[in-house]
Design a binder for this molecule. Sequence first.
Ligand code: AHG
Ligand code: MN
Ligand code: MN
Length: 363
Amino acid sequence: MPTPATPVSLTRFLIEEQREQRINADLRLLIEVVARACKTIAVAVGKGALGGVLGEAAGAQGASINIQGEAQKKLDVIANDVLLEANAWGGHLAACASEEMEEPFPIPDAYPRGNYLLLFDPLDGSSNIDVNVSVGTIFSVLDCPGDAQCVDTQSFLQPGTAQVAAGYCIYGPSTMLVLTTGHGTHGFTLDREQGSFMLTQREMRIPAETREFAINMSNQRHWEAPMQDYVRDLLAGREGPRGKDFNMRWIASMVADVHRILTRGGIFIYPWDRKLGARPQDNTDPTRAGKLRLMYEANPMSMLVEQAGGASSTGRARILDQVPSHLHERVPVFLGSKAEVEAAVQYHHQFDAGIQPEVRAQA
Ligand code: AHG
Ligand code: MN
Ligand code: MN
């Protein structure tokens, strides 16, 4: 459906989705509440140094370290608190899980509990906060399975295909909410004067082909063989087996890199990395480990990308089919333009089949 001439707010969009029976009232409320929390985070991010929100959060002994083993920024903590507080009392959720918290957060007994589970990366790209580069919030919504109370970790361990909604808010030159409830991926821009998210991109589509890739090249020496081969062939450009020149971008905020891909195509890769996979808290199986978190980053972004006609893979299998075994599980990520993701996956499959690089190059 084309974007109508009358501006459509997020509220109107969600009411129309409910009328079409694509979402129920509780999910509509949940998304509205997450969007409101994102507006609060956008204000904090926008104040920068004036709001005293830059820099690292203080812990008991020096820097505060989260469950991921990473030093928390003040805004990681602020964004996490905003999302928890906003979602505690609405009656639509059973529990939340966050990249910043070791255990799930059950809705306090003082409030009614609903049937949804909310997972989030409260502040994605936190290394960019202090240098005034785009950051964001990523979220994923699951149903509470069966008769479970849904306040325990086990309730969250569902594959990405079970998500009923997913989205992110990007705090960039403009603040945007990008959302899917399983019926396309849609972009809303925050009208700062009105305080409303307005529909600006209905049915975002990712072109199948691309000439642009996003990867942290500094990790190259830690990658496995098929990744080395794939990127070598990208860099070889027109003279190489791919027969075309590629451009590279790396913002180091997944939200910003994925937003570019949803806007003009590309492939985003955070592959398995020997350095990260060797860490004791990670799964050292190369088909599973990586930097990015399956449930807070890879699953919601994969749903958004697939709903926009793109593809998303671990390099060997569809990300949304992965069944998590723990809440903070990590996964290699290849997502974006469909034909390019398939090309990268092909390098991995051929490697696993024992086909040598020279033969692959001729294939
Ligand atoms: P977070 O700030 O939530 O920890 O996520 C950072 C992630 C992701 O946003 C980004 O793509 C990637 O880490 C950047 O990794 P490098 O520091 O290796 O570039
Ligand atoms: Mn992140
Ligand atoms: Mn984060």
